[in-house]
Design a protein around this ligand. Structure first.
Ligand SMILES: [Zn+2]
Length: 931
């Protein structure tokens, strides 16, 4: 059947009053007067409509979205903000006994995060019982097979839809609002069955701060513009207090309020499916991924998500909607996303990418991403050119959602049974096969970091206990107080996934995101798996909340010492003690009969110091000793730096995590916008200029957003009340420009310390602030095909060696260790000079490795990859991982990785903190003895 003849089907059905769900069902819905015409008029192509959503069912008692908003959902040129979306949700809940509105969280800026529950009247009445049933099914230790069967008989699977997590993927709010209404009032048999067999949970605005910023942005900059190729920047510079796209990379760490709300919801309701609604790909992709699949996800899930996706493709293709496909998007190895809370906890995480426009206007678009071919996974490809409207997005999202809900309603008992069975599998594995537990010693140099990692596990509802007596296991002895993660628990699989290295297959294709998330690697801690079943007999005190270790203060003073054992909390400590002088030892020393490594703190007698030290020790789990006389050791003063953090308007996303890290530690800093950098006098304001990873090429780092779009204010006004946070601007275009780059250069030359992370180092090394460093030449790797020459480390833990173990950056670290690396340009070691254009035959000057502080690879030959995978890794060996280069009176410390990645790699943070703590010593370039 050609797509032309298919196209006629929905059109015919759409104009009929009796609407079929594709078979024997007949529907008694009467369309709301005018709704059929309004929806047809807003649809870009008749094929982009399905009979299921071609009308609004009329209701005498429940307000339709059209009655409430005065327009259909997906009307061109309109976007609904959070307050209005929520007002409609409340109106729906007030009018219909089939709808309940619930608050599930509050955003960073204080907006409500709201969820609707929709079911038949009995389902809504019984919500508490239904929640208790799914909770019981989640834990097979308290629900045996007989009890499970009885529960399943009376329970319902729940399906959670999450809209507009990504703010510029803006259409799903309206799709979800219309879906809620349709589910509540339609008498179509398919929908009656959904109401009776399931509970549908709908979050129309999962990230309300970003939603309101986006809606205001649309009306300010995009409304009325229909030439897609000429649209200005399509989203505000912030989608939340800290993140943009990365708000969807928060599953393991749960830092954003949106993530926390959805996780809390998950553990209260245990929905069988968590479905996140995105927009990027024509015309609609229903996620699952090509593999390699994560080996710690129950294989049942892989069958389920493929089956559900194929069901959607089949159902929508049968309705004549072109361009619905699956499989060939992402790989489903990593589960770091919002829907992953389900994947990681025995349920199913899903998602759509509809085409979207990032504007509510109807635009003409060409599809040039290769997705117009017919494939097994894309049986009815989209046309190469489309007129795409906001309504089309609603049509696809809502039709897909209905087909998924229909699938769940028809397979309700089986899906609940699978959810229970996955819990059984996970728990039984921990009983039947090693490892039987993980054991974590508390004393690993940083009790707080150990506690924080344990806190992450508890946040995922992974049970952790503390050994009440010493453990004697095959793998060794562990003192009382050690943390124990017994694996005979329902989330055993996720615990194993988080606590053991990832092995991404070398022959697999490009992964979608990070391929290592191993917490012991991220936290640089030892976690010991035990094959000793006697661990199950050990008495444990179970933890109900994250442990809060405190430090100790011993001795009789007046001079305080703190042994540097790699504590991450030293940066926070420096600012808690900012009123006091701190010196840092440059060599190991002994005092009071104990040894102290380089990096240890010496605090001379100062008024009020003892109380401040006690407070910092208690808060940050740092141990101080006081002695009568200062040790005789070379040391330098460590003045608390005035930190400036430059956040370019062109990319605020990754640096948002730095702001988060500093805010969490209550470390003060100056937020520097492009215009602040341009204004200069930086050295008067800050000592350390921190510039994080950005997804920008050099020219974009300097010149920012095209000036042709400007002026583009991001300010609080009566029309844009949500704009201007966390920073405001009269014009976010133009970047720092050449004058700003010159100011950065002047800052360094005037004695400042510039610290660049990840691709932010491109600015320092290729923008000319530092000279003599060349991007490493390509050349195909023998393992990779022609043209695939680059070294690739897409989010992996790799071994490194300190070339200068005496450098302040190395304090608290062993000489051989590992760090986390994504894909960045690779650089050669510095040379004294680089060849000039007039002398093409001249060689570069000799290498000068004195600037290489840390290098890639292990000098003693251990494999490069600790967790994840690497390609072209032979090019990494001994190339610089951290450079410290002098420029004028200042220094540049350039990282070839991002030590502040998404609040995950806390074991890498100290490298940056060391730069800040020791900024004066680094800038002076001399660690000469001072007594
Ligand atoms: Zn997205």
């Amino acid at each position: 059947m050609s797509s032309r003849s298919l196209a006629a089907v929905p059109l015919l059905l759409a104009t009929a009053t009796a609407v079929s769900s594709g078979g024997a069902d007949t529907a008694p819905d009467a369309p709301e007067a005018g709704s059929v015409e309004a929806i047809a008029a807003a649809t870009g192509d008749p094929r982009f409509l399905s009979p299921w959503v071609a009308y609004l069912p009329a209701s005498a008692s429940v307000p339709s979205p059209r009655a409430f908003f005065g327009r259909i959902m997906g009307a061109p040129g309109e976007m609904v903000d959070t307050a209005k979306a929520h007002a409609y949700c409340r109106a729906l809940a007030a009018a219909s006994p089939r709808v309940r509105a619930l608050t599930i969280g509050r955003s960073e800026e204080g907006r409500e995060i709201l969820m609707l529950a929709v079911a038949d009247e009995a389902g809504i009445r019984d919500l508490d019982r239904l929640k208790a049933a799914t909770a019981a099914l989640a834990d097979p230790r308290r629900t045996d097979a007989v009890a499970a069967a009885q529960l399943i008989d009376r329970a319902r699977p729940m399906y959670y839809f999450n809209a507009v997590l990504h703010s510029d993927e803006a259409g799903s709010t309206e799709a979800v609002l219309e879906l809620a209404y349709r589910l509540a009032v339609s008498d179509q048999p398919m929908i009656r069955r959904i109401r009776e067999q399931t509970v549908v949970l709908l979050n129309p605005v999962s990230n309300p701060d970003g939603r309101d910023k986006m809606v205001e942005w649309f009306y300010r900059f995009l409304k009325g513009k229909t030439d897609y190729g000429a649209l200005p920047r399509q989203s505000p510079p912030y989608w939340s207090k800290y993140a943009m796209v990365d708000i969807n990379r928060d599953a393991h760490q749960q830092t954003h309020e949106t993530t926390k709300a959805v996780h809390r919801m998950f553990h209260e309701w245990h929905p069988t499916v968590v479905h996140d609604l995105h927009e990027a790909i024509p015309l609609m992709v229903t996620w699952n991924g090509t593999g390699p699949y994560n080996p710690h996800i129950d294989p049942i899930t892989h069958g389920e998500f493929l089956e559900m996706s194929l069901h959607e493709v089949q159902a929508m293709t049968a309705l004549g909607m072109p361009g619905v496909w699956t499989w060939n998007f992402g790989e489903a190895f990593g589960h770091h996303y919002l829907d992953s809370v389900a994947m990681n906890h025995n349920a199913i995480g899903r998602g759509y990418e509809t085409f979207g426009n990032a504007t509510a206007e109807t635009v003409h678009r060409q599809i040039r991403d290769g997705s117009t071919t017919m494939e097994w996974y894309r049986p009815l490809p989209p046309p190469a050119e489309v007129v795409w409207s906001a309504r089309d997005n609603v049509n696809y999202t809502e039709t897909g959602a209905l087909s998924a809900l229909d699938y769940m309603a028809r397979n309700a008992k089986e899906m609940l049974g699978n959810f229970y069975t996955k819990g059984v599998h996970s728990w039984r594995k921990g009983l039947d096969e090693p490892p039987f537990a993980f054991v974590i010693r508390e004393d690993q140099g940083d009790r707080m970091r150990v506690a924080q990692m344990v806190g992450r596990l508890l946040g995922q509802r992974i049970e952790v206990g503390r050994a009440q007596a010493a453990l004697r296991l095959k793998e060794g002895d562990f003192p009382a107080g050690s943390y124990v993660v017994r694996l005979d628990q329902p989330y055993r699989n996720y615990a194993v996934d988080l606590l053991t290295p990832q092995h991404f297959p070398k022959e697999a294709g490009e992964p979608y995101d990070d391929i290592s998330w191993e917490l012991p690697a991220h936290y640089r801690l030892d976690v010991v798996p035990t094959a000793d079943a006697s661990v199950r007999d050990a008495p444990l005190a179970s933890l109900s909340e994250p442990p809060r270790p405190a430090g100790t203060v011993t001795g009789t003073g007046p001079i305080f010492l703190m042994r540097d054992t790699g504590q991450e909390g030293l940066l926070a400590a420096r600012y808690r003690l900012s009123a006091f002088g701190v010196e840092i030892a440059e060599r190991a020393f002994r005092a009071g009969g104990a040894g102290f490594p380089a990096g240890s703190w010496i605090l001379a007698a100062q008024g009020g110091l003892a109380g401040a030290v006690r407070a910092a020790a208690s808060e940050l789990a740092l141990d101080f000793t006081s002695v009568a006389a200062a040790p005789d050791v070379p040391r330098h003063a460590a003045k608390a730096a005035r930190i400036g953090l430059w956040v370019p308007w062109a990319d605020t996303d990754s640096i948002g995590w730095i702001r988060y890290a500093l805010d969490q530690r209550q470390v003060p800093y100056v937020y520097l916008r492009d215009e602040d950098v341009r204004a200069g006098s930086l050295r008067d304001r800050v000592d350390v200029l921190l510039y994080g990873h950005v997804d920008l090429e050099l020219a974009e780092q300097i010149h920012g957003l095209p000036k042709a779009w400007g002026p583009m204010p991001y300010k609080k006004t009566p029309q844009t009340p949500s704009h201007g946070t966390p920073a405001e601007s009269d014009d976010i275009t133009g970047g720092i420009g050449w004058e700003g780059l010159a100011q950065v250069q002047r800052f360094v030359e005037d004695g400042g310390l510039l610290v660049t992370l990840g691709s932010g180092s491109v600015l320092a090394l290729e923008g000319g602030i530092v000279r003599g460093v060349r991007r490493a030449e390509g050349g195909p790797s023998p393992r990779l095909g022609q043209g695939d020459a680059a070294t690739r480390t897409p989010g992996a833990h790799l071994r490194v060696t300190f070339a200068r173990p005496d450098h302040p950056l190395a304090y608290g670290y062993p000489a051989r260790t590992h760090v986390f690396r994504q894909n960045y340009p690779l650089y050669d070691a510095p040379r004294r000079w680089l060849r000039m254009a007039y002398c093409t035959s001249c060689l570069d000057g000799p290498f000068d490795r004195s600037g290489v502080v840390l290098e890639w690879g292990d000098r003693e030959g251990a494999p490069l990859v600790v967790s994840g995978q690497a390609w072209g890794e032979e090019r990494l060996g001994q190339r610089p991982a951290i450079l410290d280069m002098s420029v004028g009176r200042g220094h540049v410390v350039a990282f070839n990785f991002n030590p502040l990645h998404r609040d995950l790699n806390r074991g890498d943070h100290r490298l940056v903190w060391n730069a800040i703590l020791n900024w004066e010593a680094i800038v002076s370039g001399s660690r000469a003895p001072r007594n």
